[in-house]
Write a protein that binds this ligand. Sequence first.
Ligand SMILES: Cc1cc2nc3c(=O)[nH]c(=O)nc-3n(C[C@H](O)[C@H](O)[C@H](O)COP(=O)(O)OP(=O)(O)OC[C@H]3O[C@@H](n4cnc5c(N)ncnc54)[C@H](O)[C@@H]3O)c2cc1C
Length: 459
Amino acid sequence: MSRKISILGAGLVGSLLAVILRKRGYEVTIYERRPDLRTAKIGVGRSINLATSARGWKALELAGLKQEFESIAIPMYGRYLHQMDGSHITQAYSKNNEAIYSVSRGELNKRLMSIAENEGATIHFEHRCSKVDLQKNELTFHLPDGTEQKVVADLLLGADGAFSALRDSYAHSDRVNTTQNYLEYGYKELNIPPDANGNMRMERNYLHIWPRGKFMLIALPNMDGSFTCTLFLPFEGDVSFANLHTEDQVKAFFGHYFKDAMEMMPTLMEDFFANPTSSLVTTTVFPWHFGDRNALIGDAAHAIVPFYGQGMNAGFEDCSVLSRLMDKHGNDWTTILNEYEIMRKPNGDAVGKLALLNFVEMRDKVADSKFLERKKIEKDLGLKFPDKFISIYEMVSFSHIPYDTTIRCIEAQDSLLQNIMNEGDYFTNIHNPEFEKKLNNWVAGYHETVQLFDFGNEA
Ligand SMILES: Cc1cc2nc3c(=O)[nH]c(=O)nc-3n(C[C@H](O)[C@H](O)[C@H](O)COP(=O)(O)OP(=O)(O)OC[C@H]3O[C@@H](n4cnc5c(N)ncnc54)[C@H](O)[C@@H]3O)c2cc1C
């Protein structure tokens, strides 16, 4: 008999999952802590816009939603790096002109909820779950009128985000390992509105970055012509949020480090003092499921820091994997959830590590000329050896290669690039037959090493 599925959380992952499950004929009920975003005047929480890449698109396509979302997505073909001296450099993301896409989190979430409802899912808003009795599969909800409600789920999927009530209930049971690591950095969102004529004040199709070594500002384009900026800065220390208490301090800080951005931010002071300074957390948990009764998905299973733009993409990939396992195992949820955990847990851990590594790249390395040269060489290698070399960034953002495989390739790729760059200027050397011979050998060696890893598509 087909299972009745309860989903905790009508966020991005919970809503998309509901669409996928409804299309397969499951009865789906979602419980969401917040009021309905589509009617209530409330913020959507973290980050106004998100970068969507191949893994996210694949899951949206699977749910039949790709076209719907193309209309609200802005392609970003590379990084636009704003240097301290006011100059800029651009850096393409891919050798094939592929893009990642800036999408409004609120708009995406609202549309996914509506599509889930149109497909026949029921959403109960203002149902905050405080705990789950894992043996009985019983959820306790707190309702706005102060009452408590208990619901027993048949199959429960916890898509309730980084501070998941279901994960918390796992953490309080026997033989469950959880970790939670906060970064010493916080973030604050700011805004660059369109100019007086309604035009964008910067190039539209880029992810803008002001890399400043230990900290950075980034900006993603919005459909209304504005950019949402995010300042990532240490909480404590000389240059930190702790030392930005007055308007004079904020003005001096932006005037020194982000002068060109400040000139495009007429509401900087209001935004800076009104918007919260939020924290960034990485979480892990094992196991991801309890028998065939309940399981974690999305941020509830693997909350990560946002520097690779992969949190939602990884959560959407969880949905694609579940969908593929439903194709394979029908209604056998014991096997589905076992395989889901085996396939996804290493990848959840790996994407968390990749996200932390990319923070150093974005805030610091992108300002370094050697690093920029390396990126150019990587693109050329990808074109010259398309069946042997693909850069780490392209594996993460433009492929479905498991994150775990990607992270295993880093060392071999570093060593290959080190060999190449030790020989001097690559773009001069490449015309030298002797160097070309060495290059062929190095690339063949690299390929031999990484071939040992599983390059199969994740979903
Ligand atoms: C600053 C920032 C920038 C980011 N940028 C990107 C990006 O560019 N690309 C990308 O892929 N990812 C990005 N992410 C990550 C992305 O936001 C998350 O990975 C994604 O939102 C996870 O979706 P989710 O549905 O699992 O969780 P959430 O989006 O957190 O949704 C969880 C839902 O569960 C509800 N809920 C929570 N607790 C309860 C409860 N107790 N009872 C009932 N309901 C509950 C919440 O109200 C919410 O609706 C970013 C994150 C941050 C912080």
